[in-house]
Write a protein that binds this ligand. Structure first.
Ligand SMILES: NC(=O)C1=CN([C@@H]2O[C@H](COP(=O)(O)OP(=O)(O)OC[C@H]3O[C@@H](n4cnc5c(N)ncnc54)[C@H](O)[C@@H]3O)[C@@H](O)[C@H]2O)[C@@H](O)CC1
Ligand SMILES: [K+]
Length: 531
């Protein structure tokens, strides 16, 4: 499922006409029909289409055209449809035009009795701020919804007033309960504040031939994409089949990170988990993480930094690495000079190994914080490294730049840096980005405030390490980790709500979401629902 800018959407439509003779009216017929089908499939359980009152707000362009066709389909299916045409101030109720002097009164009573309002005012052709007249119309709907919260608003293609490239939102914009976007999700939906105005996102078909999308490089993480890369589990397997993960994580003040990351790598299906720990820390882990094995590292010296001791620690770790397919460094390590030196030694060792002999590397949290203190730190990384910064860590990696939580600048920055640093960059945030050095981009729709709590990043890093160990290429391992992590969170928050999730609650959900994804029926190109 590709994500498009407005220019890319226009180009797709132009090519559809040029190459396949799919003119605008043909596409619009599909759009309106598909929107009607999705709408009917999503009706709340206590609503049947018969006698359902639906008020359409129709705009001056093709978005309004989509609305008219959808309205016609719903009316034929038995809904009681009213159409208000914004530009001409005309109103028809069940096909009957209303006299001019009655329109205002009838529009008010239509709003009062409507079950649904369909926003088909403006789509991707929005070229200026909403004028006062349109804002006033949307405010009437909002006023009614305040009185009657069960009034639902469905936006066609996009909520009117959302800027579909930047994610900016006009002050008059009506928050949709559901958006049925056409052909492809629009890039601005993944940025804030727009993300908050979309509601449930559904993608309707306008029957574009899939070959037209081959030049697009931005995709939405979804079930279909992730199912394709989920590691296979052949019957004839042993723990070696699914790979070993080494974790250089955790320290005395932060022991939990290694447990969370290691457990999540195991929950993601890796065959064997090894924690590289000092003898002093061993009892802590051995008593709480029964499934793990251990690589024992020399203790950190208490006072002076000693390159020699860092070297010994790094050597103790790298001597264990043959046979390991993934190495996760960072969560909970702390930022002592000794630790930084050890990380540098490990990196040097990895760079000196042939690519097919060394484990795939993922660096998170303190691994990144330690590196960010060094000039040109990215030149130290072996090819194919995955890094998973949150906005604060990203800022430190970019010379103390302030990185926003979810705007278009964040996407541009991620693309620029993934190329410059030659890494697979997972830039965490409400809609996490996964970007390859070539600029291929995958974006997660599933924002979830429940994940904004300590330890969830360790779980994500562990999952990605688990998928690397199972042989996935780093871009796919990162994508799968990000998507399944958010699915696991969705499962937890469907029970607990938006607050109070513990990072460890995610762990038992990981295999469940993998099972769900494997068994959910999904056809690429059909109507897709993402909440
Ligand atoms: N062109 C195509 O081939 C297809 C278009 N589709 C639909 O068409 C939409 C795009 O159609 P259009 O390009 O006609 O664009 P819109 O339907 O968004 O509207 C453009 C019209 O609105 C006016 N306008 C722009 N900003 C305004 C504002 N702030 N206040 C009031 N009026 C404003 C413009 O002057 C123009 O007349 C998509 O969002 C989608 O819903 C779909 O039907 C699929 C196929
Ligand atoms: K709209």
């Amino acid at each position: 499922m590709h994500i498009v800018t407005v220019a890319e959407m226009r180009e797709l439509e132009a090519q559809a006409e040029h190459q396949y003779g799919l003119t605008s009216p043909i596409l619009m017929r599909h759009a309106g029909q598909s929107a009607a089908d999705i709408f009917m499939a999503q009706l709340l359980p206590h609503h049947s289409i018969n006698d359902l009152e639906v008020l359409f707000l129709i705009g001056p362009g093709n978005n309004g055209g989509d609305g008219m066709i959808m309205a016609d389909n719903l009316a034929r299916a038995g809904a009681l449809v009213s159409l208000y045409t914004w530009k001409t101030h005309e109103l028809t109720i069940r096909g009957q035009p209303i006299a001019e002097q009655q329109i205002d009164k009838e529009l008010t009573s239509g709003l009062q009795s409507a079950d649904y309002v369909i926003d088909a005012l403006l789509g991707t052709g929005t070229s200026r701020p909403l004028n006062e007249d349109m804002r006033a119309l949307l405010a009437r709907v909002e006023g009614e919804r305040k009185q009657r919260p069960d009034l639902r608003v469905v936006a066609i293609d996009q909520p009117t007033g959302v800027h579909t490239d930047s994610g900016e939102v006009d002050p008059g914009t009506l928050r949709a309960d559901m958006t049925i976007t056409l052909a492809c999700p629009k890039i601005g939906f993944f940025f804030f504040p727009a993300r908050d105005f979309i509601g449930e996102l559904h993608v309707g078909s306008i029957a574009l031939p899939p070959t037209l999308e081959h030049n697009l490089s931005t995709e939405m993480l979804n079930t279909g994409l992730c199912r394709a890369s989920l590691p296979k589990r052949p019957l004839n397997s042993n723990k070696g089949t699914f790979g070993k993960v080494m974790l250089f994580c955790g320290s005395q003040p932060y022991p939990g990170s290694a447990y969370l990351a290691g457990s999540s790598a195991a929950r993601a299906g890796a065959g064997l988990i090894t924690l590289a720990v000092t003898e002093k820390m061993l009892p802590t882990y051995a008593s709480s993480f029964h499934e793990a094995t251990f690589a024992i590292l020399p203790e950190e010296p208490k006072s002076e930094i000693s390159r020699g001791q860092a070297h010994d620690r790094a050597q103790a770790l790298t001597e264990h690495l043959p046979g390991y397919r993934a190495l996760l460094m960072g969560p909970g390590l702390g930022q002592s000079p000794e630790t930084r030196e050890t990380i540098l030694q490990v990196l040097e060792d990895l760079r000196n190994q042939p690519p097919n002999k060394r484990p795939r590397l993922i660096i998170d949290a303190d691994g990144l914080n330690n590196l960010s203190a060094l000039e040109h730190w990215w030149t130290l990384l072996p090819e194919g490294t995955v890094i998973t910064p949150h906005p604060g860590e990203m800022g430190r990696l970019c010379d103390s730049l302030k990185v926003s939580g979810g705007s278009i600048d964040r996407l541009q920055l991620a693309r620029e840096k993934a190329r410059e640093w030659n890494v697979i960059l997972v830039l965490k945030g409400a809609c996490t980005l996964v970007v390859s050095p070539l600029g291929e981009t995958r974006i997660n729709w599933k924002a979830n405030p429940a994940l904004a709590t300590a330890g969830t990043g360790d779980v994500l890093a562990g999952m990605i390490a688990g998928f690397l160990a199972q042989g996935l290429i780093p871009f796919d391992a990162a994508s799968l980790g990000v998507y399944l992590h958010s699915c696991a969170a969705e499962r937890v928050s469907s029970e607990l709500g938006d607050a109070g999730l513990l990072a460890s609650d995610l762990l038992p959900q990981i295999p469940r979401v993998m099972r769900d994804i494997l068994h959910t029926s999904f056809e690429e190109g059909s109507d897709i629902t993402e909440r």
